[in-house]
Design a protein around this ligand. Sequence first.
Ligand SMILES: *Cc1c(COP(=O)(O)O)cnc(C)c1O
Ligand SMILES: [Zn+2]
Length: 471
Amino acid sequence: MIINATTQVDAAFQRCILPSCGREYGLDEVLVGCSACGHLLDVVYDWDRTRPPRGLAELEARWARRDDPAAFSGVWRFHCLLPFAPIDQVVTIGEGQTLLQRSAGVADYVGLPSGELYLQYEGANPSGSFKDNGMAAAFTHARSIGACRAACASTGNTSASLAAFCSVTRLMKAVIFIGSGKISFGKLSQALDYGALTVQIAGDFDDAMLRVKQVTERLGIYLVNSVNPFRLEGQKTIMFRVLEALRWQVPDWIVVPGGNLGNSSAFGKAFYELRKLGLIDRMPRLAVINAAGANTLYELYENRKLRWNEGSVDTSLVKTYYDQLDAEQKRASTIASAIEINRPVNLYKCLRALECCDGVVREVTDQEILDAKAQVGAGGLGCEPASGASVAGAKKLRAEGVIAPNERVVCILTGHLLKDPKATVAYHTTDQEMFNQVLGQRGVRTASFANRAVAVPNDLDEIVKAIQLYS
Ligand SMILES: *Cc1c(COP(=O)(O)O)cnc(C)c1O
Ligand SMILES: [Zn+2]
């Protein structure tokens, strides 16, 4: 399928992120990196030719047209801010109907006034995680070049999203690469149920990622991991929806868990472009939160002071660190399986985002992640462990005074509570053995916010007594 050449498509292209290279590629080229220097690619727009929104009213107007699938989509509602394909060619399964929830309980936990802490709940996407935002964009690109098979390596949610898009749209067949043993059942069950070809590799996510790149190249399969620059275009819209919900008042902080660093990279690009287009007048600060057991970004950014430096980035720092990981045979390990990644593919894009949003990086332990996750659950919408990292990170930054007491903070809840029920049940359980097996071996000692089930004999009076005692 060939896209009709329209002004919108002509005005978009791909470009190497490294300013000193800057090589450009057409939209019809399927690449996972620059063929000249190997760095990642961006989708870039010539805004003078793409008809960007003249103001916010134009964006808001589309919100009212929910009978039009492209306007109903929380991604394509903002088509004018990611115009790489004609609007009548976009793919949607109804993604992005997500909400910004103000949470007094979580604000209290983090140490902020009750009005200032917001949770952007991306678990409400059709496949239960933010990945659907990116998949809508990647599928649109894949369709434009006529791809018939798509693959990804996944800690679970990318595969769930890919499988959902394949089964709903029937545009492509899904091939999914997962590491063994790590994927949570919630996510695996989606890939299987939606009918994706699922390849389980004896290795972890970093191994699966390497293999999927090799296999897709050899077999000409379309790769939908976040090395795909089109995915990140879709993920920009998470920030557009946050701004929309805040009536385009830029918050002080965006706090997001960091795995492959696609989200943080996309968020930085979103704000950079909005500023350039004059749709916002200041940038929020960005906080990326690693799990302590998968803390490459934290180690490189905060300890070894790796910086983007407007593109003059010291790649030898990264190489040295990765060699060290190999020498020590260090593997990523955290209960937050969605961010259990030691070689984040979007590292350099994320460094650029941190530079443009005056960013910080923190690491949080599995204990902190699970406690924060329990607070998110108690405050309303639950989330999976990786998402809890954003709240745990916000709490840490508030305690350090990096986040000031009166600042407005948006934490991204990246995935649905039901993605990983085992972690949740183990936290709340009275079964010490289960607790130890699932959490204890990860250094989790306490479940301070556990809501324990009350065991009662099968006897009416006993049941009544228990309810009166505990309620
Ligand atoms: C993929 C994923 C992440 C990691 O996001 P990156 O963009 O890779 O940093 C975090 N949380 C959840 C639930 C995910 O599915
Ligand atoms: Zn290049």
